[in-house]
Design a protein around this ligand. Structure first.
Ligand SMILES: [Zn+2]
Length: 297
């Protein structure tokens, strides 16, 4: 999701009530022209996903940039996606946020759950890793499974597990409200030095120009945020919400957008200020994160 026009016709972020997010943002919305700003509890800065390369930002190169700190579209010569090609994959496998954290002795995880059929498809070569799971697995960090989801250690992309029950056939997946999922997300994240969650259904809704889906997604996301903030210790860690590229903030097109994307940074003010210093494009995110995880002496 990017920072789109403040237009209720095309941009669900301009119209859908998101009381938890708006409280955090001091009543503001995530739309073009608002960033940068700071409130009592958050900073929001605009990040450039275009990175000086022609064409619309794409997922593989955008995500690779987010987790490597390199300008991957420039290395590849184009915005590429959705899955990494050989060049993008090689950049991710060479060095990334998660590999660095593991090498420095920190615990990191991707909190998305993947169904058994995903692992089968990867194993048989029918499916390629997208950039984020590739970064994790190349760091030797296992992806989370249906068993992790059932134990409350991993999360479905809709957070409620309804999709796992209805579409993936996991009839016993525990149903959660978004708020419950958010509280649990905070507990699980607290057991790692860095926890990552990949929320891709907003991109899907954008490609389908699905206004109702977009509304539900934002309502769910706001509920999750509310639950998460209930239990999050803002002195102990930052929450970063960001994106690889815009899409759902402009439902007048089914394509990605060239809009800046938001980096919403929630936590204690000194931590936030340290995080956002010099943060202006996607390639700055990994260095911003890693300054909080020094080599252990
Ligand atoms: Zn997309």
């Amino acid at each position: 999701m990017g920072l789109g026009d403040d237009d209720v016709e095309s941009n669900p972020l301009a119209s859908v009530p998101m009381p938890n997010l708006q409280t955090i943002l001091g009543g503001r919305r995530l739309v073009k022209g608002e960033a940068p700003f700071e409130s009592e509890r958050a900073h929001v800065v605009a990040l450039d996903p275009n990175l000086g390369v022609e064409g619309l930002p794409q997922s593989a190169t955008g995500q690779a940039t987010l987790v490597t700190g390199k300008n991957v579209p420039q290395i590849v010569g184009e915005h590429y996606g959705p899955k990494p090609n050989k060049v993008v994959a090689a950049v991710i496998e060479e060095a990334n946020l998660f590999k660095t954290l593991i090498a420095r002795g920190y615990r990191a995880a991707l909190l998305n759950a993947y169904p058994a059929r995903y692992f089968e498809a990867i194993g048989s070569g029918r499916r390629l890793y997208s950039a984020i799971p590739l970064a994790l697995t190349s760091a030797g960090i296992p992806l989370k499974t249906a068993e992790d989801l059932n134990r409350g250690e991993a999360f479905s992309v809709d957070f409620t597990n309804q999709g796992w029950r209805d579409q993936l056939g996991y009839k016993d997946a525990p149903l959660r409200t978004p708020e419950e999922a958010g509280r649990r997300l905070g507990e699980v994240a607290d057991s790692y030095d860095l926890a990552f969650f990949e929320f891709w259904i907003s991109d899907y809704a954008g490609h389908h120009q699905d206004h109702d889906g977009a509304r539900r997604i934002l309502e769910t996301l706001d509920g999750v945020l509310g639950g998460l903030l209930e239990i999050w210790d803002e002195e102990q860690g930052l929450i970063l919400i960001t994106s690889d590229h815009g899409n759902m903030e402009d439902l007048s097109t089914r394509r990605h957008t060239s809009n800046d994307v938001p980096a919403v940074v929630i936590g204690a003010r000194p931590l936030r200020e340290k995080f956002i210093a010099g943060l202006t494009n996607l390639s700055h995110v990994t260095p911003a994160i890693l300054q909080f995880y020094p080599e252990k002496g």
